[in-house]
Design a protein around this ligand. Structure first.
Ligand code: SAM
Length: 314
């Protein structure tokens, strides 16, 4: 074995140890590889992103109403931005039934304007070629004194994310376990924060990890705004997730959902949602007002549903 191979082997063993320590539920090699087969570039700009990023932008705008700076913590950040004309997005074409249906609509509701301003910032020519991921949307909207903390584990997406933010001195970008950040980075220094938790749910254990992560974060920082994204693939999994969240005893949990098809036990995502803890006071009304429009534009055939309801009120 050459010194080069030896150093790689040692680094791999070291990374495995770190990962094992920080996320003691996982066995390093096999599970990590399985987890990281997901690439968001295949799905960027789909209906689930439209819902997620609408909620994200409304929360950020509400937090900006107070002068005091805040931390934006993105536990599963992805690559930062995506090329819609690239081979990944083109292969699935999901954005054509998502952001492309909202882009440049003249009757755009007020609630979507800030989100769409982030999309427009990446597409100054007017042609929809790029899609902003959650880190880019936050970067676009945050102020000079706000801070970003972005974590991503994927070996290909992490360098893209790091390059994207290399000149942004408000940001910390690390290749670490996002769930671990909920313990190590909370509470934020100035006690204001928005935490986006957006896993790919490749592992069934993600449904439990998100609840445990929220509990860990909430224990340290009960006044933060937490937004958890979920896909509806099997409704039963979401019912369980909601039950587990109810059982934490945390109050002020709002659930927002947009379905493009009725629930089904076949494979495939029929709906997606955002579960928001400590939502800004306007969010419930904003989403109730914009969801019917969004649903009509994203799903012209009219299947599916929208929903805004409290899992746990005040
Ligand atoms: C749904 S994507 C994120 C999309 C991004 N939040 C957005 O809205 O643009 C989920 C990402 O989480 C990453 N990931 C999976 N497990 C992770 C973990 N434990 N910690 C950090 N990132 C993880 C995946 O590599 C993937 O890029």
């Amino acid at each position: 074995m050459t010194p080069y191979h030896l150093s790689h082997l040692l680094r791999w063993v070291f990374n495995c140890q770190i990962f094992h320590l920080t996320s003691n539920l996982y066995l390093c090699s096999g599970v990590l590889n399985l987890m990281l087969s997901y690439r968001h570039s295949f799905h960027a700009g789909n209906h689930a992103d439209v819902l997620k990023h609408t909620v994200q932008s409304l929360i950020i705008e509400s937090l900006k109403e107070k002068e005091k700076p805040f931390l934006y913590l993105d536990t599963h950040a992805g690559a930062g931005r995506y090329q819609l004309s690239g081979e990944y997005a083109e292969r699935t074409g999901e954005y054509l039934e998502g952001v492309a249906r909202v882009w440049q609509r003249e009757d755009l509701p007020q609630e979507l304007k800030v989100y769409m301003s982030a999309v427009a910032a990446l597409n100054p020519s007017g042609n929809l070629r790029y899609y902003p991921g959650s880190p880019f949307i936050a970067q676009h909207l945050l102020r000079q004194n706000d801070k970003l903390n972005l974590t991503e584990l994927h070996p290909s997406d992490f360098p893209l994310l790091r390059n994207e933010f290399s000149r942004d001195n408000r940001s910390r970008v690390v290749r670490e376990d996002g769930y671990q950040q909920l313990k190590s980075q909370l509470p934020p220094q100035n006690r204001r924060g928005f935490i986006l938790i957006d896993p790919s749910y490749e592992l069934k254990s993600d449904y439990q990890m998100v609840v445990r992560g929220i509990q860990e974060g909430y224990k340290r920082f009960a006044t933060g705004v937490y937004a958890l994204w979920y896909p509806v693939v099997l409704r039963q999994q979401i019912k369980r997730l909601v039950k587990d969240l109810e059982a934490t005893g945390i109050r002020r949990i709002l659930q927002i959902e947009l379905a493009v098809r009725p629930d089904s036990d076949q494979r495939g995502m029929t709906a997606s949602g955002m579960i928001v803890i400590n939502p800004p006071w306007k969010l419930e009304q904003q989403m109730k007002s914009v969801l019917p429009w969004l649903h009509q534009v994203l799903v012209p055939e009219g299947t599916g549903h929208t929903m805004v309801k409290w899992i746990a009120p005040e």
